[in-house]
Design a protein around this ligand. Structure first.
Ligand code: ATP
Length: 296
């Protein structure tokens, strides 16, 4: 068939997913028009990400203020904090959708603004709550993760991501058209498609934005299973809204109004009795998430 993807489009899938609920396609189009500067470096093999004294604002107001974070390789780092504290902004800077006003974002110790953006995005898989599906077949929507993937590789990724079962029940299976005007998929199904895409991409860094909307328990279990397979052995940076999902994180970074106010493991932060501990106890009171106390 016709070759419908070019490498830039593939890199942009991450971008599209990121921007989807904000500005639809506008910025994607802008980015496509932006020439890639010749001579920009390939990202280094060591893909350790860092924010170094980063200050950033979309407009005049700074939404991140002198933030430094080093994301350890192969660790699970969770970003938590109230709405508007800057969690998503950190992921956007790490993937270089924006450049900081002050400070640098580094990969393997080098400033990412000196790297080829397409090559940078190849290092990163993104799984978000609002998933961008192209008006195309299911198979092609997964293939965006790796344009050279065979049908077998696509199906394997779909199986790993708990998608295969629902896909084969669709009228045309993997050839079913989705996206605008195509078959309608549930939120959970779309999310699993994006996990399959990320599986196929197999990038060393995985960025997760946990869903805020609650899914039915079955869907939630399937998604959790798929995510656990996806992140095995990867560097993970996750925005967490429900603190119960990050109790085992290697490090939790607590943001408030664009600054890091606490960091540590779940137990350490509870013992600190600060913002994290307050958020935690609030979630215990206001939700029925069934974290039963093991005392007594
Ligand atoms: P939430 O948990 O609600 O998603 P967050 O911690 O991820 O919040 P950000 O999305 O990073 O917060 O937003 C930080 C601040 O930047 C907020 O005040 C927000 O209104 C503002 N902001 C975010 N995106 C933009 C944008 N594209 N243009 C202007 N301001 C923005």
């Amino acid at each position: 068939g016709t070759r419908i993807f070019d490498p830039m489009t593939t890199a942009l899938v991450s971008y599209a997913e990121f921007r989807y609920h904000e500005q639809a396609g506008e910025r994607i189009v802008d980015l496509l028009k932006e020439p890639i500067m010749p001579g920009e470096q390939e990202p280094p093999n060591n893909s350790k990400l860092e924010l170094h004294q980063v200050t950033f604002g979309y407009l005049e107001k700074a939404v991140l203020k002198d933030v430094s974070i080093s994301f350890e390789n192969d660790a699970f780092t969770a970003l938590v904090g109230p709405s508007g504290s800057g969690k998503s902004t950190i992921l956007r800077l790490l993937a270089r959708f924006y450049d900081p006003n002050e400070g640098t974002v580094r990969m393997g110790g080098e400033d990412i603004s000196k790297m080829d953006p397409e090559a940078l995005l190849r290092k990163v898989s993104m799984v978000f709550q609002d998933v961008y599906l192209f008006q195309d077949t299911i198979a092609n929507n997964i293939r965006f993760g790796n344009i050279d993937a065979s049908q077998q590789m696509i199906e394997d990724a779909a199986k790993q991501a708990c998608c295969h079962e629902f896909i084969i029940k669709l009228p045309n299976g993997y050839d079913t058209l989705v996206g605008e005007g195509g078959s309608t998929l549930s939120g959970g199904e779309k999310q699993r498609i994006s996990i399959a895409r990320a599986m196929l991409k197999d990038a060393p860094i995985v960025m997760l934005d946990e869903a805020t909307a609650s899914l039915d328990p079955e869907n939630e279990e399937e998604i959790q299973k798929a995510i656990n397979r996806l992140i095995r052995g990867k560097t993970v940076i996750a925005i967490a809204h429900r603190l119960k999902t990050i109790q085992k994180a290697n490090r939790i970074i607590v943001l408030n109004e664009g600054q890091i106010v606490e960091q540590g493991r779940h137990g350490e932060l509870l013992a600190l009795g600060g913002l994290y501990a307050r958020m935690w106890s609030l979630q215990q009171e206001t939700s029925g998430w069934g974290i039963s106390s093991k005392q007594g």
